[in-house]
Design a protein around this ligand. Structure first.
Ligand code: VG1
Ligand code: CO
Length: 560
């Protein structure tokens, strides 16, 4: 079939600026005339012509508007000289799966259709993200370029007549302007499942999960929250690992996530937490809409903070064949993440990096061979097997640690704290506040804490006193390419190492979300309650930031 390229005049839209992880807006905004087309064209234009003749990958988390957007991508890629496009069946591909496909197929990059953990459906959020040839989220200089192009765009190119059935796996060949263009609709899970089998010892894990090893099957509760991981979870946990069928729930990707908020935390994955609390499960796990986040809980819903999860996996990393084979390089965490992994790194004599919030900051270190395991407090854990965080990978890592130690999740944690001490951590989210007062709060707070008189000050609450030692707006110089990222979050570090971090979210679609992170290290007192241990610091944080006054909120929306 020969097809005609059409050039469509268009006008720039304001605000097509990618945040922490892509462009996220209400679906209605993406449905605006040429809105999605503009942004896709800008992604391709940011390559300065390099997409011509290249291979790309596209897919998303199955939320409302994914299929429509995938069809637009097919038509615009065709018109811009892309040679080959891999698209997941029904436009379904998890974020980790896209990262793997880009790497495996040596693609120029990938376009991910997801607003991750934000709710979906016609009245909720949609998102578009671009990943580069290493499989990782585009770095700032690329997203800045895309944004700049979006403010100048005057036309886009499209092949209108190209209609494709994304529900049918197979190769579709076309000729556009005399050049061949191939769209391969692929099985959404096959490549990813193959990758997991290359990394983990599936035979051992099967014996452990199915009960062949112990005589009793492991009691699992895996909750996909109606997000993209459902088909992956069915294939991996049921078919490959032999878990009992009732081990997995909410495994059909739904356009509105069945009304669930696909964010794996104690608030939004409440059903999982309640079920595991009242049942006799060994392990509970949930993933977010696009499958890159994970929450791990043990028996009776014993909660593993993501900061601890990272440290535990680091400690036992060699029980995973991939690391035994490739060796262990360095570790890393995002700045607000508690520093439990730093202690493991120190013990193993490994490098440990502290980067700004957002997975894109890990990519260079991985590409340079200096980083093999990293994580964020926001339920992100992953390794250099791809360039995205990976929810299912993290769950398989935990199963490997449980199999290796023969211990429960709770005992693994308690032993870890006895060895290293404990980093108590909590995060308060104040979602969808008014933007202006939040900006004002940040400006005021920055002024307060960067005043030299602030250092050495003492703050007391609940019988505890903390003395300020370092305070700044975090800035980061990439050790590999020396690029500098400034204004990455306000941080107050006290003399005993305890920290208060405040930043505004870069993933919301409207208003402002304030994130307040508190952490404190205890060498001996490791079995206390996190909320009680951190209460004095929380009060001090609210006092210094004047958060209640600026936001008008007396309680957070989500507590982790
Ligand atoms: C949040 C998290 C951050 C994470 C990002 C993308 O960003 O804090 O750690 O990398 O989401 O995750 P922010 O700017 O809202 O704090 V995902 O799963 O939404 O791609
Ligand atoms: Co996500």
């Amino acid at each position: 079939m020969s097809l005609v390229v059409k050039t469509v005049p268009t006008k720039p839209y304001e605000g097509q600026k990618p945040g922490t992880s892509g462009l996220r807006k209400k679906v209605k905004v993406f449905q605006g005339e040429n809105y999605t087309e503009n942004f896709i064209q800008c992604i391709l234009d940011s390559s300065d012509g390099a997409v011509a003749g290249s291979t790309l990958v596209a897919g998303g988390d199955g939320r409302y508007f994914c299929k429509k957007a995938a069809e637009i991508i097919v038509r615009i890629c065709a018109a811009n000289g892309v040679s080959k496009l891999f698209v997941g069946k029904d436009a379904i591909l998890s974020t980790p799966a896209v990262s793997s496909l880009i790497r495996r197929n040596k693609a120029y990059g990938g376009i991910l259709l997801t607003a991750s953990h934000n709710p979906g459906g016609p009245d909720n959020d949609f998102g578009i993200k671009f990943n580069c040839e290493n499989g990782g989220p585009a770095p700032d200089h690329v997203t800045n370029k895309i944004y700049k192009l979006s403010t100048e765009i005057a036309q886009y190119k499209i092949v209108d007549g190209l209609n494709i059935d994304l529900g049918k796996v197979g190769v579709n060949q076309y000729t556009v302007n005399g050049a061949p263009f191939t769209v391969e609709v692929i099985d959404s899970v096959a490549d990813y499942v193959r990758l997991m089998k290359e990394i983990f010892d599936f035979e051992r894990l099967n014996a452990f999960v199915s009960g062949k090893k112990t005589g009793t099957p492991l009691k699992l509760r895996i909750d996909s929250l109606n997000g993209v991981t459902g088909p992956y979870v069915n294939e991996i946990f049921l078919n490959a690992l032999g878990a009992t069928p009732n081990s997995v729930v909410h495994t059909t990707p739904l356009e509105d996530f069945g009304g669930l908020h696909p964010d794996p935390n104690l608030t939004y994955a409440k059903d999982l937490v309640d079920t595991v609390k009242s049942g006799d499960y060994d392990l509970g796990a949930a993933f977010d809409g696009d499958g890159d986040r994970n929450m791990i809980i043990g028996r009776k819903a014993f909660f593993v903070t993501p900061s601890d999860s990272l440290a535990v996996i680091a400690h036992y990393l060699e029980c995973i064949p991939y690391f035994k084979k490739n060796g262990i390089t360095g570790f890393a965490r995002s700045m607000p993440t508690a520093s439990a992994v730093d202690l493991v790194a120190a013990k193993q004599n490994k490098e440990c990096f502290e980067v700004p919030t957002g997975w894109k900051y890990f990519g260079n270190l991985m590409d340079a061979g200096r980083l093999c395991l990293c994580g964020e407090e926001s339920f992100g854990t992953g390794s250099d097997h791809i360039r995205e965080k990976d929810g299912i990978w993290a769950c398989l890592a935990w199963l490997s640690v449980m199999e290796h130690t023969g211990k429960s999740v709770e005992d693994i944690l308690k032993q870890h704290w006895t060895t290293y001490g404990r980093n108590y951590f909590t995060r308060y989210d104040y979602e969808e506040c008014a933007l202006e007062p939040c900006n004002e709060m940040m400006t005021t707070l920055e002024k307060t804490i960067t005043d030299p008189a602030f250092i050495g000050k003492e703050y007391s609450s609940g019988g505890k006193t903390y003395k300020t030692k370092i305070a700044d707006n975090f800035s980061y110089t990439d050790p590999v390419d020396k690029s500098v990222s400034t204004k990455q979050g306000l941080r107050i570090v006290f003399a005993d190492g305890s920290r208060i971090v405040v930043r505004l979210s870069g993933t919301g679609s409207s208003g402002a979300t304030v994130r307040l992170y508190i952490d404190s290290y205890e060498k001996e007192n490791v079995l206390g309650s996190a909320s009680e241990t951190l209460e004095p610091l929380i009060q001090i944080a609210l006092q210094i930031s004047q958060l209640p006054k600026f936001t008008g909120r007396d309680a957070p929306t989500v507590i982790t």
